[in-house]
Design a protein around this ligand. Sequence first.
Ligand code: CDP
Length: 212
Amino acid sequence: MNVIIAVDGPAASGKGTISRAIAARFGFSHLDTGLLYRAVARRAIDGEDPVAAARTLKAGDLERSDLRSVEVSRMASRVAADECVRAALVVFQREFAHSDGGAVLDGRDIGTVICPDADCKIFVVASDEVRAKRRYLELVEKDPSTEFETVLYDLRDRDARDSRRAVAPLRPAPDAVLLDTSHLTVEEASGRAVELVDGAIARNRSRQSGNS
Ligand code: CDP
């Protein structure tokens, strides 16, 4: 059985944490697709053409330690609006989705564009303030001069760009389940996601046994 789980949502909504919990619980492979756009952005900041960077992305590009900076986040949502950049990254993501043993991918367009036939689609949301606080706490650890207001502004700016772009905009798939993590602990949010995946696996099994 090859299970595919799509986890989408706006910046710092908790997608990554939830996806890692699903991967650990079910033994699935996990791909943080935001890293692909961040790696392209990093190379674009270094002077490369973003489309050329996307077409020649290497595993090592995803391992750079500076992909989570504010500068890279801003540039990531700019390069992600380019149709050719996105097209260059589709095949890798779809192949990953078919990893042996199941896969969970998190991003913005997994349930809508990359894996429209995913077994379970979760769209993770949280209030702007909660998301900005989470991101602020991550960033201030690395840079004590980080300001909450700037983080909140950047996050809203990036969500607006991601939602309004013409190609693969950030939006829930019609069959996605909305998971609001604003008032949930990490354990509660992960537990709810695991329940949703359990349900999807059970449905997948009964479909397969009905077909055999
Ligand atoms: O961690 P955070 O939610 O802040 O961002 P991310 O998932 O690392 O994504 C960084 C940026 O990449 C987003 O703001 C999007 O513009 C872009 N992205 C995308 O367009 N499609 C995806 N599947 C994943 C990320």
